[in-house]
Each structure stands twice: as C-alpha cells, then as structure tokens.
Design a protein around this ligand. Structure first.
Ligand code: C2O
Ligand code: CU
Length: 634
C-alpha cells in the first residue's frame, strides 16, 4: 500500500476510534448510573462491554497502520507514536483489564466507566493532534494536547466520585492547566521572523547590492503593467492585468551570453508589481521578491532588472507581489534563451506553449499570442524539427500528452535532459511553474498536444481535416525522475535540511487558521536555514498533507537524488512536484549568494503559509514585508 491511502485510512480510523470510545464510555457511565431494574442494568452493561471490545480492536488497527506508516519514515508518525497513540492505547489497556471484566459480569461502576471515558478523551486529543501537531513535535504542541486531555480526565474523575468541597489543590491544578494551555497555544503559533539571524540590522552585504552588470550593448525591454481584457474565443471576457497590454506578456527571447535589461513600469491603478525570473538563477538583488530583494513597484513607479543570460533554455517571468492573485490575472510571460551561436531568428519549428487557466478553462497561448480555450494550431512540413516549449503557468499540475509522433523530453526546467530517449503516446505530469521542451520531427500526419486529456495544440502538415486529429495521448505516465541517463551528482553533503510539508493550524497573516505549513510553521515564522557559499545542501522534502506541493527554490536548481526511496536520475529542476505521502531527496549547491525565497508554486498554498527563505551568511536586506510599499510576496 502506498503512503497517501495509508494516511487517509489513518484519518478515518481516528474518527472511528474516537466515536467508539465515546459510545463505550457513555454506555459504561449509563450502566453505572442506571437506577433499579437489574435486567436493564445488565443489558446496558453488556452493550458497554461490546463497545469497549470494538474500540479496543479499532485502536489496535490504528496501531497497525501507524507501524506501516513508520516504515515510510518517522516524519509521518512522530506525533502519533509519542503523543496521540499513548493517550488512547494506555486507557484502552486499562479498559481491557479493569472495565471489561466488570461490565461482562453485569457489575458496572464508576471505576469501570472511567477508563473508556479517558480513552475517548485520548482519541479526541489524537484528532486535535492531527490538526495542531506537525513534524517536528514541539514542546508547546505537546503541552497544548496534554492540558486538554488532562483537564477533561480530571473533571470526569471529580464528577464520577462526586467530591464535595472544592479544595485548594483542585483550584491550583485547574489554574496550572489553564496557564499551560494558553502559553502552549500562543507560543506554538508565533515564533521567529523570517529575517532572524540575517536581519535588517546585522552587518553584512545588503542584498540589493548583488545585482547584474550594466552594458551599452544590453538587450533592452520595457514591460509595463497595465489593466487589460482577455477575450476567449469561446466567448468569455475577463478583466486581467497585463504586461504591455498583452496577456501573457511578450515572449522575451535572447541569446545565451546576452546582457539583459528589463525596465518594469507600473500603470496599474492600485496594485504593486515586481518581476521574478522563474527558474533563472539571476543575482539575488534582481530576483524580484518584494520585502526581500526590493520594494514592490507602486503605481506610477518603475524598476530596472539586469542580468547576464548565462543559461540557455525555457523559463518564465511573473510578478511576485501578491503573486497568488497577480499571476492568475495575467502578470506573466515567457523567457527563452537560445544557445550561444544559435541563429538570430529561432527555427520555424520552435514554439512556446503557455498553459494557463482563464475563466475556469485551461487555455493555450502559442508563441505569446492571446490565449485560446479552443484548439490552437500550427503547421509544419513533414521532416521539420519541432520543439514545443511547454510552460505550466497555473497553480495545479497538468498532465501533458503528445500523440501522433514519437518524441523526446529534450529539456526539463530549461536544462537539457542527458540521454533523452524516444517516447510514444506517453503522458507526463508537469508541475505548476515547471517546463518541458518536447521535441520531435514532424511526421506525415498530425500531432496533438493535450493537457489533462483535453486537446491544446494541433501541429499539422497543413490542411489536415479535423477528423484526422489523433486522440489525446493516453499511454502510461512517465516518471521524469528516472527518464534519460543518470547525471553525476555531488557526493558529499555539507548540510542537511528537511522540509516537512503539512496542513495544520498555524498563524497565517496574523490569524490562527488551518494553513499550509513547513516544519509545523507558516510564513513568516518558518525558520530560515543559513548556508555558506560553496556548501552542498541535501534537502529531504516530505509531504504529510493530502495536497500536491510543487516546490520552487529561487536562485538555484536542485538535482533529484531519489523519490520515495527509488534512486533518481540526478535531473536538474527548479520546480518539483511533491505528491501526497511522497519523500524527495534533492541536492542544492549553494553557488548564488543572497536571500532567496523558497515556496510552493501552488500560489494558493504559498499565500496560506507555504513560503520560506534560504539565506546565505552575511547577506542582509533593507526590505521587509508590509511597510509603505505593502510588500506581500505571496
Ligand atoms: Cu515562480 Cu517565487 O516563483
Ligand atoms: Cu503547496
């Protein structure tokens, strides 16, 4: 059984176990309190015994599921083994020893009712545990759960044995529990700030001095953010935010080695803007993250970005101010860097394909043209080399398929795939924010690119009748982490970092709510790892939640070492899709000093907490979240 269904089963058992113990405790209590009629007492007592037995069996099942999950990794069970399970297993055992014999004999009592009631509290505390506690288990989380459990058990004890006068000890006990609970809850939710340890006051290099070179011969672009309307061919019309009045923004196409200079102007009415170069490892000061590398550009303002295009490949750019809203509304475009020595005009078969949801429909933008929610088309003579640079600019993964021709995944996240082998009819999951270059030689018949089984782009030899379209590819999905040949990876690890992704109660934007957390905290309270230039950092990413998290570290690429324990091909990625229950091991070489954002590129998750930093020693920032520029990266 794989991990995700086990996690789901465990959650169902949580509720079942709590319900059974509640019923068992309730019947045992009713039997103990029942006046008169010996027959009725006996019947209630036997019912209580049956419920206790069922609860014990279900609790055993929970223990079994936990043992199975533990084999996947301690991250998945730490709080269950140390906290949630003991709170129900121990009173469950007491029920077996103390309550069951008495109830079966038809001799109920307060003593027989107490253990199943406590087990019920333990089971409920276990549910609370699932909401409050993540990995790692903290002292404050433990105290919060234990005070609730102890308080309920103590009150029950007192009621069962009808203690008369309230004595000083009891008052003191309740007071201590209350104080501990309030402390635990407040301490658990807040915590450090993202700039701690490399903050605004520390001596060092300010991040806005880590900038790209200026040059007379730079390739210059101006991107002006302004309101626009997206009109879909099927009829919908949507208010959007655009660069230069185009949605998506213009495709920026440069050659490897070029100096690039992009001036951003903001003509939006009431919305700050920045430009982040997604997947492009620019100097940190050019990274476009408000509150970290710059202030958001307010309406009427401007900002210039400079970098040298050192790496060829397919990338994209987007605003990082209120990015969960801004990207969805259209503030993005594609960046293509042709290899040094490539011809000035891209070859005829070279296309960009941006997949983006507008008006609830997955649209296709071919070569930067207006998006269509119908089928986009392109024609090439048979024998033409074709490269489709597919970019997922959405917040959800897309399963892309190519039918009608054998093809290779020539590049992933901008980098060429070594030893890319030919595939036929296969589908490949593309992470939100990720890119695949699909390459093939134009055959005699038509080729169909599909997203989630829906036709997106038809490439034909000119004049193919619609009926000749191949059906969308439906072959088995390809595991990109084992595709191609194995690339060399750094053998050593100077530092190890673990990101445990979860959905738990956390402080999100100053409000306690169910957020998307990393190591139990939400932005900006997730502790920032501080690394040194030149270090090799091994990162273990564990997804304890029921959602997919496309993880995107800025300024670096990672190489994938393993996925769910299966050795990977060392693929270079900047956005990798960690599915529920998965464990990825990746390695990152700290070769780009700065302050870097890392986050889930499901931007709806980022805005609810799944956003954090990677900092280099001695790099500081004069910027902070909020403030007059209202910096808000997610
Ligand atoms: Cu496209 Cu911070 O990301
Ligand atoms: Cu996510």
């Amino acid at each position: 059984m794989s991990t995700a269904p086990l996690i789901a089963l465990d959650q169902i058992l949580f509720v079942l176990v709590a319900g059974l113990w509640g019923a068992a405790g309730g019947f045992a209590l009713a039997a103990a309190r029942q006046p008169g009629d010996a027959g009725a007492v006996r019947r209630t007592s036997l019912a209580a015994a049956a419920l206790c037995a069922a609860a014990i069996v279900m609790t055993g099942l929970r223990v079994l599921v936990t043992i199975l999950l533990a084999q996947v990794g301690w991250w998945f069970v730490a709080e269950k083994v140390t906290l949630a399970l003991p709170l129900v297993v121990l009173p469950g055992l007491a029920t077996g020893v103390v309550s069951l014999p008495r109830l079966l004999r038809g001799a109920p009592s307060a003593l027989a009712a107490f253990p199943p009631l406590v087990a019920a509290y333990g089971a409920v505390a276990g549910i609370a545990c699932g909401v409050i506690v993540s990995y790692p288990v903290t002292v404050s989380d433990t105290v919060a759960v234990l005070t609730l459990f102890t308080g309920a058990s103590a009150i029950t004890w007192r009621i069962l044995w009808r203690g008369r006068a309230v004595n000083l000890w009891q008052v003191a006990g309740v007071t201590v529990l209350l104080i501990a609970f309030v402390w635990a809850v407040t301490a658990g939710w807040s915590g450090g700030h993202l700039h701690d340890g490399h903050g605004t006051s520390a001596a060092g290099t300010p991040v806005d001095r880590l900038i790209g070179p200026k040059g007379e011969d730079a390739r210059r672009f101006t991107l002006t953010a302004k309101a626009a309307t997206v009109r879909l061919p099927s009829g919908q019309s949507l208010d959007a935010w655009s660069f230069n009045g185009q949605v998506p923004g213009p495709v920026l196409r440069v050659r490897q080695g070029d100096l690039v200079e992009v001036t951003l102007r903001n003509e939006l009415a009431d919305q700050g803007v920045t430009i982040h170069w997604h997947g492009y490892d620019v100097p940190s000061g050019e990274d476009g993250v408000p509150g970290v590398t710059q202030d958001a550009v307010r309406p009427g303002g401007s900002h210039t970005y400079r970098f040298r295009a050192d790496d060829a490949g397919t990338y994209w750019y987007h605003s990082h101010q209120n990015s969960s809203v801004a990207v969805a509304r259209g503030l993005f475009g594609l960046l293509v860097v042709d290899p040094a020595g490539a011809s000035a005009t891209p070859p005829a078969g070279d296309h960009t394909v941006a997949l983006h949801t507008f008006g609830g429909r997955v649209t296709t933008s071919l070569d930067g043209a207006a998006p269509t929610d119908l089928l986009a088309t392109s024609s090439h003579r048979p024998g033409t080399p074709v490269r489709l640079r597919v970019v997922n600019t959405d917040t959800l993964p897309r399963t892309v398929g190519l039918a009608g021709v054998p093809f290779t995944v020539a590049a992933v996240d901008g980098g060429d795939v070594p030893g890319a082998t030919e595939l036929t009819g296969r589908r490949i999951r593309l992470a939100a924010g990720g890119r695949y270059d699909l390459a093939f030689t134009m055959p005699d018949g038509p080729v169909l690119l599909s997203a989630d089984g829906r036709p997106s782009l038809l490439v034909d030899g000119g004049g193919t009748p619609a009926t000749a379209q191949p059906p969308p590819a439906s072959g088995p999905p390809l595991d990109i982490t084992t595709y191609g040949s194995r690339a060399p990876v750094p053998g050593r690890a100077d530092r190890r970092i673990t990101w445990v992704l979860d959905r738990t109660l956390a402080m999100v934007d100053g409000v306690p709510k169910l957020g998307y957390t990393v190591n139990g905290k939400a932005w900006p309270h997730i502790p920032t790892p501080v690394v040194r230039e030149g270090e090799t950092i091994r990162i273990t990413v564990v997804n304890r939640s029921g959602d997919t998290h496309p993880m995107h570290p800025h300024g670096h690429h990672v190489q994938v070492l393993s996925r769910n324990g299966v050795p990977a091909n060392g693929l270079r990625m900047d956005t990798f899709d960690v599915e529920p229950g998965e464990v990825w091991e990746v390695v990152l070489v700290a070769d780009n000093p700065g302050l870097w954002m890392s986050h889930c590129h499901d931007l709806a998750h980022a805005v609810q907490g799944m956003e954090f930093h990677l900092a280099y020693e001695n790099i500081t920032t004069p910027f902070d979240v909020g403030g007059p520029a209202e910096n808000h990266p997610a």
